[in-house]
Design a protein. Structure first.
Length: 259
């Protein structure tokens, strides 16, 4: 599913100047006035300490940011982004805290919030991934997909946080995005690509990690909440979140998985 990186990519800030900002209202049913938008501030304004029993927009944002810490071993499960801080969210938080040298108590106070914000870039992308890495290779940016531009960008943002977790679990190795979002028109030119490809929704990425085999990447991805994993016999690893986003067949597809 990989394709060579094209030259028609938008810069991080130039893209945000030309496209509408994406708010969490896409995911949580709020309005732009109620919910924070990526690029609106340099750091997410956490509303206070979060723990089991908390709810609301801040919990939605927390769930997005710890989604890649859903498991330690191969598990076909994901962190529900529903604004309700339950046991699954707490377990993901504890794994995140442990990985970053924090007290692993499942309570999201200032120290944990500081590390969460360190993974955020001012334009709404993440510390190790840029919007331009995920735009369609035909120059369409995040437009022309199977969902609207704003939804695509929010989907890509969520994928970035899962990939941050995968990258951390891989020993902070350099991670290359070979293919992120694809416009429908561009996807139609990719040999073997399905019309309903998860790339056309912005929930898929084909990646390579410096110094790791595709099999090793696959095994790490099995712990990060990805519900679509293409065979590790390729020179890249396809990862998508089809079930979480309720796109396509909405069934787990781990082509060479063991779980």
């Amino acid at each position: 599913m990989s394709a060579a990186l094209g030259n028609a990519q938008l810069g991080r800030r130039s893209f945000l100047r030309s496209a509408a900002g994406v708010g969490l209202m896409v995911a949580f049913g709020g309005t732009a006035a109620e919910l924070w938008k990526p690029g609106q501030a340099s750091a997410y304004p956490w509303s206070g300490t979060l723990q089991q029993g908390s709810s609301g927009a801040a919990v939605v944002e927390l769930q997005i940011r710890v989604a890649g810490w859903v498991a330690n071993t191969a598990s076909q499960t994901y962190v529900g982004v529903d604004g309700s801080f339950g046991p699954g969210t707490a377990a993901a938080v504890r794994r995140f805290q442990s990985a970053y040298g924090l007290t692993s108590d499942g309570v999201v106070g200032p120290a944990t919030q500081g590390v969460l914000n360190s993974l955020e870039s001012a334009d709404g992308s993440t510390a190790h991934f840029e919007w331009a890495e995920f735009t369609s290779h035909d120059g369409a940016g995040f437009g022309g997909g199977n969902v609207g531009t704003a939804q695509v960008q929010e989907n890509v943002r969520r994928s970035m946080y899962k990939l941050e977790a995968l990258r951390k679990k891989a020993g902070d190795r350099g991670t290359t995005i070979n293919s992120g979002f694809r416009s429908v028109a561009y996807n139609n030119t990719v040999p073997g690509s399905a019309p309903n490809s998860m790339h056309t929704y912005g929930v898929a990425a084909d990646i390579a990690i410096t110094g790791l085999s595709t099999l090793s990447i696959y095994r790490i991805a099995e712990t990060c909440g990805f519900s679509g994993l293409e065979a590790y016999t390729n020179s890249w690893q396809h990862c998508d979140s089809r079930v979480e986003h309720a796109y396509g067949a909405q069934a787990w597809w781990w082509q060479s998985g063991v779980a």
